[in-house]
Design a binder for this molecule. Sequence first.
Ligand code: ZN
Length: 476
Amino acid sequence: MKTVDLLIKNGIVITMEGPGTGIINDGSVAIEGGKIVAVGETAEVCREYDGHRVIDARNKVVMPGFIDCHAHSCDAIVRGLAQDVDNWLYKAIWPITSNLNPDDIQVGSLLHIAESVLNGTTTICDMVYNADIIVKNHLKIGNRVILTEMIHENPSDIFRYDPMDVYPFDHSVGEGKFARCRKLVEQYQGYSDDLVTVMVGPQAINMVSLELMDELHHYAVSNDLHIHIHVSQSDRENVQVEKRYGKRAVPLLNDRGYLGRHVMAAHISHATRPEVKMMADSGARMILCSNSIAIINGVLPPAAEYLEYGGTVGLGTDQAPGNNRNNMFSEMKSSAVLNKYKLHSGTAFPAWKLLRMATIEAAKTVGLDSIIGSLRPGKKADIIIVDMTRPELSPLYLEPIRNVVPNLVYAADGSEVETVIVDGRIIVEERKLLHADLALLVNEANRHASEISKRLSAFDGLGNLPVAKFTAEGLY
Ligand SMILES: [Zn+2]
């Protein structure tokens, strides 16, 4: 008998191994040194292993933590201030965030991370400005993070320009952000045995010059880094790129040789069918942010087509102002419901596929499927434990038919997550963050919100904000 650091036993173990969900009705997981050393039937695992710490997971699901493939944690400080608008970027998020300072952003990011982790996300693909500061938030809470410094070449008052005209480029802005990206890579790529990894992040092809895009692409390829980019996320992007280069975003990316397996593309929501095929054929991975894009644009991104062309799709929550949650349970359900509706088919996007798109397919999307995304000996112990005795998840059927996976996808809301483990380390226990004080964090965010409100009162664009109008009319 070997004694490991942590033994989770008697649980309903969803391994996400194999073609489906790899579920074991009575399973156990042995964890040592941050990694899974055994997973299988309780009788077999417990014959070989005991634990210095043992968690009895009877009537609980034990499964890989979720991987949120696309998020902007900083924006959580303005949650609820940007939605129910047309032209979200210009009328809402850009004017509002132009009033934020680095401290606001840092506090907002902590709030986002806390929300995500408490709802079962163990890896966040965070695309932010000042990633060297934001990384500390992730390290504090203890989750895994894939960081991207968001790189563009636009002036700070970009929202005052005509959206259908090409953006002006300020090369000094782009070079400054690229320098931050390189520094981040030097400091954090692979940090703490891959608790932190880094991607290269051109914000979108209409927001960087081709000269800079060449540099970023070359840097990523020569350093074996992935590129995290928004692709064809609006008509505006396609119109601008066509005006400047004579072709739409996806053909431009393809013709310039920027696409490929190292690319992780958010949204692709305004691509044509041939463009979706072009993306999938290149090996680029797609991130589906159903809630965000539906709320912002009233559009469902073409994940069904992407899968049809053999592409890989992972789920993402995007940002709090315009989702307005960072909760992968919510993403799974919305993605299923919206795609069933779009395809007029109850069999489309079944629960087990959504669970895969939030775990193992998400791991493939972010390029870390060799270390996370499923429960297998040798992989990192990034695990969540979900209470299945809650009324919305009851009753439980296990033999001869099972309802565990559909209940998780269609009925759970995240509040059922009891325990969150990252790298073998417990970071949430009994629904409490162990390394941050949630009440303090919320107080701090509220303090910043009142400072931001004062700044917004003096902001010359306040009257144009839909949220100001809705508030004045007593509708919000
Ligand atoms: Zn985004």
